[in-house]
Design a protein around this ligand. Structure first.
Ligand SMILES: C[S@@+](CC[C@H](N)C(=O)[O-])C[C@H]1O[C@@H](n2cnc3c(N)ncnc32)[C@H](O)[C@@H]1O
Length: 308
């Protein structure tokens, strides 16, 4: 005769075989776990981001099915689950508390997205999330600053969205108020700093001298002895654009893509068809973010100022 306990065990085993080993371990051991809002976490407590804010964060990052979303400190898993359920992306939640990892794995199953979402027990400062195309977080300002050097090692174009907290002096590309907090979006920029030699336009001996801090770009074009500042230079991910006034006073528009020491794209002047251009960097790029040591100093200064 099958007892209630046996029936319940076999139901659980059926769930486990669907969920995969990592999720199943937690489902078996902690299936009645109930998190408490405000409970301690390794570096920050757990408070869930409100639903409308989650949606706005993922909208601002323009999450699509080809994206790989990582939520750093994933709590009950709601951001990763929404990325899969509402936007069709693959998503990973990194969470230090193993009970929360188990809970979020069960919630992913209940939401029908266990094939697209995984949760890993990990310390976000030790884990590898370099494969992400979108990184989300609801942490603390000092933790964001500690993450910043890691974020700048990610591929240009990676989107970073933070609920409530900024990234020190790195100005966001977009902000919004959603729910009870603000949401901030940044794009990881390519590094276009340095000296470049431009070809393909037919303009004589053109050089570019570009300076960059975070995603803020400035620079000059040089034609032999003549120099002129670039007009509205900008960089979003690997996409670069700027205006350049040639020695005859004609304004060219350049749009291209930075890939290592090479920029390729199209240059257009009024009334003429676009022409392909190429620029090659001569020498090294400069750092576009403060060094890790400087960022850590910023972070500890911030922590000290908030402790007072
Ligand atoms: C404010 S909650 C945000 C949860 C979720 N991202 C959301 O927005 O709903 C922060 C989460 O980070 C987790 N956490 C804190 N320090 C961590 C660390 N070093 N590594 C991984 N997770 C951490 C906490 O346990 C908590 O679940």
């Amino acid at each position: 005769m099958t007892t209630i306990a046996q029936a319940s065990l076999s139901r659980r085993l059926a769930v486990l075989s669907l969920a995969g080993f990592a999720a199943s371990t937690f489902a078996q051991s902690n299936s009645s776990y109930e998190p408490q809002r405000g409970q301690a976490g390794k570096d920050v407590i757990w408070i869930p981001t409100p639903d409308e804010t989650v949606t706005r964060m993922l909208q601002m990052a323009e999450v699509k099915p080809t994206d790989r979303v990582f939520d750093l400190g994933s709590g009950d898993g709601k951001i990763a689950i929404a990325a899969a359920r509402e936007f069709g992306a693959r998503a990973t939640g990194l969470e230090y508390n193993p009970d929360m990892v188990g809970l979020s794995s069960r919630r992913a199953q209940q939401a029908g997205v266990a094939d697209k979402v995984q949760f890993r027990q990990a310390d976000i400062f030790q884990a590898d999330f370099s494969s992400a195309t979108v990184v989300t977080m609801y942490l603390l300002p000092a933790l964001n600053l500690r993450l910043r050097p890691l974020l700048f090692k990610m591929a240009p174009g990676t989107r970073v969205v933070s609920h409530s907290f900024t990234m020190g002096d790195w100005t966001p590309d977009e902000t919004a108020r959603a729910g009870y907090g603000d949401v901030y979006l940044w794009h990881i920029p390519a590094n276009a700093s340095g000296n470049w030699k431009l070809s393909g336009t037919g303009l004589p001996d053109t050089t570019l001298a570009l300076a960059q801090r975070y995603q803020v770009l400035s620079g000059d074009a040089g034609f032999g002895e003549l120099r002129a500042s670039l007009v509205r230079p900008r960089i979003v991910g690997a996409q670069i654009a700027f205006g350049l006034r040639d020695p005859k006073g004609q304004l060219w528009q350049f749009e291209g893509q930075v890939a290592g020491d090479r920029i390729t794209g199209t240059a257009t002047r009024p009334g003429q068809p676009g022409v392909p251009f190429e620029a090659r960097r001569a020498g090294d790029a400069s750092p576009i973010v403060p060094t890790t040591a400087a960022a850590e100093q910023d972070a500890s200064a911030f922590a000290a100022s908030t402790a007072r």
